[in-house]
Design a binder for this molecule. Structure first.
Ligand SMILES: Nc1ncnc2c1ncn2[C@@H]1O[C@H](COP(=O)(O)OP(=O)(O)O)[C@@H](O)[C@H]1O
Ligand SMILES: [Mg+2]
Length: 325
């Protein structure tokens, strides 16, 4: 029973474009247990969305999973048939995205969209589905759900549209929710409410959540563990308390230091000079080496010659860095 709900191992997802091979995800491994919230964090372009789409089997040409494994509750999803993927995606693994309104069907009422997401085979008739939709809207904190259930996406505010997306995601009673920047497009107050809602639902349902964000503050607020991503790899994985007390990777340290004061919540990662390398042209060795001050200070040469393996200096804490291995 100690088997994790999801185990991603050595996942590589590449895009084969005219300019070459974009190694968007290049050896990602992590696990999530039932009922756990893991924050997947990193700057824009580091491969967070491609990771989540790969887990859900939603990568399309010119992209392809070229290597690795995604095991969900005992079922291998890499290379699985559409039939298997469809039985998992939606009912068992649900996803919400940054632009909730873009994910909603503009010409279908909120109630019908939730109804469609209800577990197929539950045998609910039209009026039962409608009742369930109203219940779900109520559950995600939408006031006057009897009225809202008849409305269309354009009648909803951004925060409300995200709540509707969450209601749709919950309709199938998933074991895992993948939330890709669910609050990035929302203003700060609504952002806090949505995060609070996710945490409430997670503890009430025992649902596991992968919370994807570029904002370390968001992760620190609601996650149990953090996985820090850089240039297509996870460079550090640890608990939230270790993230605060003892981050190991120089990138994570930089992210923590560039976090704005707790009162502001839009983080700007401007303290670490440089930017994420384009995955078409990754440096030899550690991808972070060109931006890594401790490497320069320490005069390490191995960093630009060979990519570091993931090591575990402490139980439950993993890092990919020559300074620690
Ligand atoms: N369809 C695609 N074709 C080519 N490159 C892509 C495609 N989708 C994503 N990428 C590239 O993969 C990298 C990771 O993207 P993404 O996962 O969206 O980053 P994040 O979500 O962390 O901001 C980026 O360099 C992006 O340009
Ligand atoms: Mg993204």
């Amino acid at each position: 029973m100690n088997e994790p709900l999801l185990r991603v191992e050595g996942l590589r997802t590449h895009f084969f474009v005219d300019a070459g091979v974009v190694k968007a995800v290049d050896g990602v491994s992590f696990e999530i247990r039932r009922g756990e919230i893991v924050g997947l964090v990193g700057e824009s372009g580091c491969g967070k969305t491609v990771t989540s789409l790969s887990i859900a089997g939603l990568i399309e040409p010119p992209g392809r999973i070229v290597d690795g494994s995604v095991r969900f509750d005992g079922t291998e999803l890499v290379g699985a048939s559409e039939r298997v993927l469809n039985s998992v995606r939606g009912p068992r693994i649900a996803m919400i995205f940054q632009q909730p309104r873009a994910s909603l069907d503009p010409v279908m009422s909120v109630g019908r969209q939730i109804g469609q997401a209800l577990k197929s085979g539950t045998g609910l008739d039209r009026s039962a589905r409608r009742r369930r939709a109203v219940e779900l809207l109520d559950r995600v904190g939408i006031s006057d759900p009897h009225r809202r259930v008849r409305e269309y996406p354009h009648q909803l505010s951004g925060g409300m549209a995200q709540r509707v997306m969450i209601a749709i995601a919950l309709a199938g009673e998933p074991d895992l929710l993948i939330a890709d920047e669910p609050t990035t497009a929302l203003d700060v107050t609504v952002q806090a409410q949505i995060l609070e809602l996710l945490r409430e639902l997670q503890s009430a349902n025992g649902m596991a959540v992968i919370l994807i964000t570029h904002d370390l503050g968001v992760v620190a607020e609601i996650a149990d563990r953090a996985a820090v991503m850089y240039a297509g790899r996870i460079v550090e994985e640890c608990t939230i308390s270790e993230l605060y007390d003892a981050p190991l990777h120089p990138y994570t340290v930089g992210l923590m230091e560039s976090r704005p004061a707790a009162s502001q919540s839009k983080s700007r990662l401007t303290v670490i000079p440089g930017s994420v390398p384009v995955p078409l042209d990754l440096p030899v060795g550690c991808s972070f080496a060109p931006r890594c001050a401790p490497r320069v200070e320490g005069g390490l040469t191995v960093c630009t010659e060979q990519a570091p393996e993931s090591v575990s200096p402490r139980d439950g804490h993993r890092v990919r860095c020559w300074l620690h291995g």
